[in-house]
Design a protein around this ligand. Structure first.
Ligand code: ACM
Length: 383
């Protein structure tokens, strides 16, 4: 492998700050894929060399460091971002200089940049299924709690629209807390929840403060069998932070959970742990961060270049056998065909899968089809 002519790629995941636990897992998923590709001979004999900065969970730093990657480091392709305000901070830079961002995180949808490949779930691949599951099993009166930024506002708007489609559907509370919220910030919210008794709570709290919401809930003696917290952002890594007993019984939706019963998933997890140990807890953001590097490498093998205009025709429509199943980039909107799943957290810190799509659901980032029963709608990743 030629180490004199490496392919340099940019990496923007925070290793410090409010969002560092989940972004560190995305960073490790990215480095895992790079290690696999390099060990197998690189891309056409060229090693992938990561150029990595720590944006410290600050949207302003994401913008500055994205510009540094483009102008100073002469990087064409960047892997990064969890929170939507950090993606929104990077977009003007990559669009201005015509570079490519791979974004491995679920988000609120209603966006389609031709300079981004979106590998996390759009709302029709997680919110729609979660809403349907919650109203069918618990009831349609929802209380929403979120972090104070764009993804929670928009994701709550979508969840509200979905539950209001049901007879008796109602939004009976909507509260926001700072990103560095502590358990004290959630206490008055839990008191309000005890008063108004929703059928379920929808949490769009993200990052390290997630554990404080679930702890405040547990401390109040509330029972997830009667009134669970449903979420798209509370996954294995957040449950590990709060404690398995605190998370048990709550409901989440994602295209990937560690508990997926497949050979590819088991192999990916054991190879990851062999190389990187067990400190980092894989979850959906880790998996998307991992498979998107392989999508890039495969496209570049075909294009011979990492320039966006040469790479994109090979990325759009491309497929990969990811740990969640065979995924595909939808050429019409740059998002990914993914497998919606619902899991209930168990006492081992894993999610027991209670519902999963048998084939990938096409991404519909603008929710053109805005209905509850989207498990079978427009199915078929390869069709
Ligand atoms: C998010 O901010 N997209 C979770």
């Amino acid at each position: 492998m030629s180490e004199s002519n490496p392919i340099r790629v940019g990496i923007l995941f925070s290793e410090t700050g409010d969002i560092s636990t989940i972004e560190t897992s995305q960073l490790m998923g990215t480095l895992f894929a790079i290690a696999e590709i390099n060990e197998a001979g690189g891309i056409n004999g060229r090693e992938i060399q990561p150029v990595r900065y720590n944006p410290e969970s600050s949207p302003g730093l994401y913008r500055v460091l994205a510009e540094r990657l483009v102008l100073q480091d002469k990087i064409n392709v960047i892997f990064g971002c969890y929170k939507s305000d950090t993606r929104k901070a990077v977009i003007p830079i990559i669009e201005k200089w015509n570079r490519l961002l791979f974004y491995p995180t679920l988000y609120e949808g209603f966006e389609c940049s031709s300079n981004i490949i979106y590998t996390g779930a759009a709302p029709n691949q997680n919110s729609v299924q979660l809403a349907e599951f919650m109203v069918s099993n618990y009831g349609a009166r929802v209380y929403m709690v979120g972090s104070d930024y764009i993804y929670p506002y928009e994701s709550n708007r979508i969840m509200g629209d979905l539950v209001l489609q049901r007879p008796g559907g109602a939004k009976i509370g909507e509260r926001y807390v700072p990103l560095d919220a502590t358990e004290k910030d959630f206490k008055s919210i839990i008191t309000d929840i005890q008063k108004v008794r929703p059928d379920f709570i929808f949490s769009t709290v993200v990052g390290d403060s997630t554990q404080c919401l679930y702890r405040a809930y547990a401390d109040a003696g509330l029972d997830p069998r009667e009134m669970p917290i449903a979420s798209l952002t509370t996954l294995e890594s957040e449950v590990a932070q709060m404690g398995f007993d605190v998370g048990a019984g709550h409901v989440s939706a994602a295209p990937y959970f560690q508990s997926i019963d497949s050979e590819i998933n088991r192999l990916s997890l054991s190879n990851f742990r062999r190389r990187f140990g067990t400190d980092v807890v894989p979850s959906a953001g880790w998996e998307a961060a991992y498979f998107q590097v392989h999508l890039f490498a495969n496209a570049m093998r075909a294009s011979g270049s990492d320039a966006i205009d040469l790479l994109m025709p090979h990325l759009l429509g491309s497929e990969y056998d990811a740990p969640q199943g065979r995924i595909r980039i939808d050429p019409s909107n740059h998002h990914t065909c993914l497998y919606p799943r619902i899991g209930i957290a168990n006492s081992e810190g894993q999610f027991t899968l209670v519902r999963q799509a048998t084939r990938a659901v096409h991404p519909d980032p603008y929710l053109v089809t805005h209905s509850l029963g989207d498990w079978t709608l427009r199915l078929g990743a390869t069709g």
